[in-house]
Design a protein around this ligand. Structure first.
Ligand code: ADP
Length: 617
């Protein structure tokens, strides 16, 4: 009875223990299932997020190792002849990105389904590369090929140091995780492709925007060029518009003015004011673009001494990248347009092209400005000519009337008082009439000569002409118009020039006439002549007020008269004398010039070729 009871108890106990174990096993399985479900859920959530592939692989490995016992897990990608570990877990630690030659490892490359290797030691070539040899004793191995669009791109592996460790359940788990890894990979590829497409689209849009901006900038500059002739405004506008398409900190237009590269417009920092002289033209101490090239580019001015020494950038590395474009007008370089940035290597092909286009517009502005200035000068000259002609007509009228008045006056006087006048006085009056008539004839001759010169019909003789007698004759003529005028004559008697004797007298008389006419009464005049090399040099010197430097250019111009000149009472000028005299001197193979002039008086020098056999003076 007792024994039977003990047996029943033992059976009950055993059954109870069995039930408890079963319940425990069930609970363990449920817990494992829950953990697995949680792990897959976490992986799924991560996949739905926008994590990049390496982070996703690491996250998947972290979840795998929670539910799939192992000593090592990894995601490895095939990459040409190598294989790269994208993420690893456990020992040995392999940094993500480490690559090994593909043939040195055992890989499930050709397989489609997951592979279970119960003991890796049996595999040929199992991790034959350092540092894996010896350090890595994994024996049981599950390797799941990762395939995308039917192509093996890598594998997902878990391994344990214990041989024959894994069950079919583990194999299924690994396969499911591998599916997620492949999914992550696919997502990443799609994402990368999408990003590439978006970047390309963005690039296209940016290029279109740039093109539109360029077109607008160039059209604005073009419109301004068409509307304005004010060069300063145009340069400033060109720099401003260029700044919209050319990155940089500084831009300048510099033109060569009086031998200096001079700022005419600047933008940014530094901003030298217009008129700042930068460097003398033609210096080789300054970096300038090669004149043979359309433009110059200095990618880093720190390496170029000639740029660093250039004021106002002296010693500063404020402008590191520099584009400089010569401003060419009709083949001549008249200046430069430069664009600069504080960043070295700031400019690319497009910027160089744009700088060239903007500089071309600036050249156009320079050309327009010059045309405009030339046009203005022409208009001024035309106005000047009209004014000079008006003055001339008035002066000629006066000049013709003065001797005529004398002739008529003295003639009438003679007629009225013939009997009452003595012989000597009559003769003196007739002389005055004759002198006035000569004077008038000379003026008429001048006018005729001018008319002939205008018609290019002037011809002069070139014969042997003795200088001394010609000068004496001229002095006589002038003395007749300026009674009491002192004229000193000094020079060799034998000097002979090749000239037209009448014209020679005319030129010297004109110089003497001016010397007397523009000096105060009683002021002496001197003529000196001598041989100088192959020339006869005749100098007419007065002690008058001199001719201001600023007006020298007027002297030999047609109708040119120095404003404010004081003329002796009773005389007038036409502004023709020196013009005609120089033309005559040149026609005779010589020249006429103002040699010196100052407060002590003026010296005019007439040069004529010496006759071949003249003895040295
Ligand atoms: P004009 O008939 O007016 O004298 P010229 O051609 O002979 O014409 O001279 C041009 C101008 O040069 C004169 O109007 C005068 O202002 C200036 N000039 C010429 N000679 C002298 C001189 N010796 N001293 C000062 N001024 C002079």
């Amino acid at each position: 009875e007792y024994l039977a009871q003990a047996l029943r108890n033992a059976r009950l106990y055993a059954a109870e223990r069995e039930r408890a174990r079963a319940a425990e096993e069930l609970a363990r399985l449920r817990a494992a299932e829950a953990a697995e479900a949680a792990a897959f859920e976490a992986v799924g959530a991560a996949l739905g997020g926008s994590l990049d592939p390496p982070a996703l692989y690491a996250l998947i490995l972290a979840q795998v190792t929670r539910v799939l016992p192992c000593d090592h897990a990894c995601v490895a990608m095939y990459d040409g002849e190598g294989v790269t570990f994208e993420a690893t877990w456990g020992t040995p630690r392999i940094a993500p990105g480490t690559s090994f030659p593909r043939r040195a490892l055992w890989l499930p490359e050709g397989r489609r389904a997951p592979v279970y290797v119960p003991d890796a030691l049996a595999l040929p070539g199992w991790f034959a590369v350092p540092p894996l040899i010896g350090a890595f004793h994994d024996r049981s191995l599950i390797a799941v090929p990762l395939r995308i669009d039917g192509r093996a791109v890598g594998s997902f592996d878990v391994s344990s140091r214990t041989p024959h460790f894994y069950t079919p359940h583990h194999l299924r788990l690994a396969a499911r995780f591998a599916e997620h890894v492949a999914q992550a990979l696919r997502n990443a590829r799609l994402y990368a492709a999408e990003r590439e497409r978006a970047a390309a689209a963005e690039e296209r849009a940016a290029a279109r925007q740039e093109q539109a901006e360029e077109a607008e900038v160039l059209s604005r500059i073009g419109a301004a060029l068409g509307e304005s002739l004010d060069p300063e405004r145009l340069y400033a506008l060109i720099l401003e518009q260029a700044g919209r398409v050319l990155p940089g900190d500084f831009a300048v237009v510099a033109l060569y003015v009086d031998g200096w590269a001079t700022v005419v417009a600047a933008l940014g920092d530094p901003s030298p004011p217009a008129g700042t002289r930068l460097f003398p033209a033609g210096t080789d101490r300054v970096w300038l673009p090669d004149p043979a090239l359309p433009l110059g580019y200095l990618p880093d001015s720190a390496a170029e001494r000639r740029w660093r020494d250039l004021p106002p950038w002296l010693g500063a590395d404020r402008c590191r990248s520099v584009i400089s474009v010569p401003l060419r007008v009709d083949g001549r370089v008249l200046g430069h347009v430069s664009f600069a940035s504080r960043v070295p290597h700031a400019y690319g092909e497009r910027h160089l092209r744009l700088a060239g286009l903007c500089a071309e517009r600036a050249s156009q502005a320079v050309r327009n400005a010059r045309l405009f200035a030339a046009e203005q000068a022409r208009a001024r000259a035309a106005e000047e000519l009209v004014r000079a002609r008006d003055d001339f007509v008035a002066a000629v009228g006066h000049e013709l009337r003065t001797p005529l008045t004398a002739i008529v006056g003295f003639g009438e006087l003679l007629e009225a008082r013939w009997e009452a006048t003595g012989d000597a006085q009559r003769r003196a009056t007739v002389r005055k009439i004759v002198a006035s008539a000569h004077r008038q004839r000379r003026l008429v001759d001048d006018l005729l000569l001018l008319a002939r010169m205008d018609g290019h019909a002037m011809a002069v003789r070139r014969a042997r002409s003795a200088i001394a007698p010609a000068i004496r004759q001229a002095a006589e003529e002038v003395r007749a118009s300026y009674p009491g005028q002192q004229i000193d004559l000094r020079g060799p008697g034998g000097l002979v020039a090749l000239a037209d004797p009448a014209r020679l007298v005319q030129v010297v008389a004109n110089l003497l006439d001016n010397a007397a006419k523009y000096s105060p009464e009683g002021s002496p005049v001197a003529v000196a002549w001598r041989a100088e090399g192959a020339w006869a040099a005749i100098r007419v010197r007065d002690r008058g007020p001199g001719i201001p430097d600023a007006h020298r250019g007027l002297l030999f111009a047609r109708f040119g008269r120095v404003p404010g000149s004081r003329i002796r009472a009773g005389h007038v000028g036409t502004g023709l004398g020196l013009y005609l005299s120089r033309q005559l001197a040149r026609a005779m193979g010589g020249d006429l010039d103002l040699e010196a002039s100052g407060s002590g008086g003026s010296t005019f020098t007439l040069r004529l070729p010496l006759a071949p056999d003249t003895p040295p003076g």
